[in-house]
Design a binder for this molecule. Sequence first.
Ligand code: HEC
Length: 146
Amino acid sequence: MKRHRVATMAALACAAALASGCAGSSGAPRAGSSAGASVAPDADVQAALTHACYGCHSDSGNLSWHAKLAPSAWFAGSARDKLDFSTWRSLAPDRRLDALRSIDRVVRSGEMPPWDSALLDAATKLSPAEKERVAAWASGEGGTTR
Ligand code: HEC
């Protein structure tokens, strides 16, 4: 019974992921994917962004299958319209500054990562220490890697 429901939800999430152009739903580790597009010079900040944000905000689509069940993950396409770390390096400086300001705001307020994805998969969560680091990077109008 329960299993069936979960399978149905997974199918829905997969359909949504496919519709938003998300390849490879296997949840396998993404060695050598475009997640290599690092945006923060600090390795800890980069690691936090990669596990907590890139799943929805980059073309690497690294969400696990359970995180993909989160309704917020179904809108990964619109998430990337607002913020796409894959194209970070080509952003004009003022756009980058805008992006950093919104990252600072949503991370401090706890708006991002979305609670539903964090509930379904701890990998999309930020620890309090990570939250601090990411917010400090974003509000420092961050050094970004080139
Ligand atoms: C499970 C998917 C998911 C994850 C993980 C996620 N986001 Fe989002 N994010 C979204 C969606 C969907 C939107 C678009 C919401 C909307 O249109 O209102 C969004 C919007 C945003 C925005 C734009 C907000 C605005 O008001 O314009 C920022 C900035 C952002 N996310 C930052 C982050 C950061 C930083 C992380 C990691 C700490 C993160 N997100 C993790 C799904 C996600």
